[in-house]
Design a protein. Structure first.
Length: 267
């Protein structure tokens, strides 16, 4: 979906991690997976029934993760984000060498595993601005899904997870409408151009390796940013008002008043 790129890029551009980067990362991620889901559905690659349990739990857990992001220090969010990005990069390199599964798990086992996977992926995704596809896809492969079916069903789950997580942030007032409109239009155009390039010129293995390298770089930069992060100290209105009042009193005070202990500097 691109959340692993959207969130850090927006944050490095100067936008607040929690208020802007994470919510927009979820929105753009959901938009991307929705655009991918449509052709997958036309080719009948999506397992709607098998992915339903995972989609429902992700749908519920993602807004809960969104509500948690406000309460987690920015440094912690960045380190967690970097850890997830590294995991996704390793998984991408490993997946390109893995053989296709041959046996599918029973529906009961898939539903049980899907319940917990969807909840975990949804919560983590909502908190960090990720769709959770890097968690969901390997679990689906473990269940017995072929690569294309796993990708298609992941897109189904992540679409629900991303949009519900985004709405969770919007409910808390995390919104920047002008920026949202600009980046949404840019992503729609970019996804069409990227899709055309991928289908006509790009080689799958090369793209995976390049993307994995990019993810490692992002993870390194995010970790460095977290370790060197210095929170901005904002003066509240009350502090500013008190300071101004104190200066005004000192200017207007008579010599007799200045001898009062209230106006004498404290030792």
């Amino acid at each position: 979906g691109g959340g692993m790129v959207y969130v850090p890029v927006l944050n490095w551009a100067g936008f607040d991690m929690v208020q802007v980067a994470i919510p927009l990362g979820l929105l753009l991620n959901g938009l991307n997976t929705l655009l991918v889901l449509i052709p997958f559905a036309r080719k009948k690659l999506v397992d709607w029934k098998g992915g339903a349990v995972m989609a429902v739990t992700a749908l519920i857990a993602s807004p809960l993760g969104a509500m948690t992001s406000d309460k987690v220090p920015v440094q912690t969010l960045k380190i967690l984000f970097a850890a997830m990005v590294v995991a996704a990069a390793i998984r991408m390199i490993y997946a390109s060498k893995k053989a296709e599964p041959e046996k599918m798990m029973s529906m009961g086992k898939r539903s049980l595993l899907g319940f917990f996977t969807g909840a975990f992926a949804g919560f983590v995704g909502g908190m960090l601005g990720l769709g959770g596809g890097f968690i969901i896809a390997p679990i689906l492969m473990m269940m017995g899904y072929k690569t294309k079916e796993a990708a298609a069903t992941t897109a189904f789950v992540v679409t629900f997870s991303s949009f519900s997580g985004y709405l969770g942030h919007v409910a808390q007032g995390h919104m920047n409408w002008p920026l949202t409109i600009v980046v949404v239009v840019a992503v729609i155009i970019g996804s069409q151009l990227g899709g055309k390039y991928m289908t006509e010129k790009a080689k799958s293995k090369q793209v995976k390796v390049i993307y994995a390298i990019v993810l490692f770089i992002i993870a390194g930069k995010m970790t460095y940013g977290a370790l060197t992060y210095k929170p901005k100290v904002k003066k509240t209105k009350a502090v500013k008002d008190n300071k101004q009042t104190s200066l005004l009193l000192q200017k207007e005070a008579t010599p007799q008043m200045q001898n009062c202990f209230l106006f004498k500097p404290q030792s």
